[in-house]
Design a protein around this ligand. Structure first.
Ligand SMILES: Nc1ncnc2c1ncn2[C@@H]1O[C@H](COP(=O)(O)OP(=O)(O)OP(=O)(O)O)[C@@H](O)[C@H]1O
Ligand SMILES: [Mg+2]
Length: 242
């Protein structure tokens, strides 16, 4: 495993190092090259398998934010037997994102292709060009007529196909290929199954977030909560029947 020396500043703990070396000996990823983003719960890196760019999302072991993470795990029947010990949470979180992305892919949601999960690390396809991630939806001008139908299509597949509520659906978690204007939904660590007791609350918040963003971006066009929800339901019928 080749780890760029600058990355050593991130000081991975021993268990993360071991996980990285396991991924490398299994020929899943051969180098970790540069940080893409350092978020609240995870650090995202650009890596490679030989010449193929990949993303390694490494959930941080030490983070205060984990205090809030409980609510997304408790109530998700898939994790009912999991330990809620703070030290195990980062692994649960990575495994949750892996499962959510896998399910989303199965229902043709446009999102990164997950390749492997080892402890607190997820390896997935890189969405970008020339080692640079595609911009987030809030970072670029786009044609609403091209994007709105994709938002509906992807969210409907996630909600009614995969039966998952994203729970952090915002312009920050949507990448856009600036050339094709094709969007991808990312960041599903916090996503919950529809049966989760708070899923309706999260769904409402997701719709409010995106509608609010679009209304500010396109003040002359009327985009409402009811309209978005209606379009999701219409899409459901179109995709899966009644
Ligand atoms: N598959 C990918 N391909 C390219 N870039 C990616 C990919 N996944 C994530 N990124 C980049 O890394 C950033 C952070 O990813 P993500 O949102 O999954 O992590 P996060 O820990 O939730 O970060 P934050 O707290 O900032 O939201 C994204 O905004 C995006 O720029
Ligand atoms: Mg994010």
């Amino acid at each position: 495993m080749k780890i760029n020396t600058k990355i050593e500043n991130y000081v991975f703990d021993e268990s993360t190092h071991k996980a990285l070396f396991k991924l490398s000996s299994n020929n899943i990823i051969t180098s970790i090259d540069s940080p893409i983003s350092s978020g609240k719960e995870a650090i995202t890196f650009l890596g490679h398998l030989e010449k193929t760019p990949l993303v390694a999302k490494i959930y941080k072991i030490e983070t205060s934010k984990f205090k809030n993470m409980d609510q997304y795990i408790k109530g998700d029947f898939r994790f009912r037997n999991m330990s809620t010990d703070k030290r195990d949470m980062f692994m649960v979180w990575a495994s949750k994102e892996f499962k959510n992305l896998t399910l989303a892919l199965k229902y043709n949601v446009s999102c990164p292709v997950v390749i492997a999960r080892e402890k607190n690390i997820i390896i997935m396809s890189f969405l970008g060009i020339n080692d640079k991630s595609f911009p987030r939806l809030n970072e670029i001008d786009f044609d609403l007529d091209k994007i709105y139908p994709q938002l509906i299509d992807n969210y409907a597949k996630l909600l009614y196909g995969a039966k998952i509520v994203h729970a952090d659906f915002s312009a920050f978690n949507i990448l856009i290929n600036p050339i094709s204007q094709i969007i991808s939904i990312i960041d599903m660590g916090q996503s919950v199954t529809y049966s989760h007791p708070k899923s309706k609350f999260f769904l409402k918040r997701d719709i409010i977030n995106i509608v609010d963003f679009l209304s500010k971006k396109f003040p002359k066009i009327e985009i409402t909560y009811d309209m978005f929800l209606e379009d999701l339901k219409k899409k459901k019928v179109e995709l899966y029947g009644r």
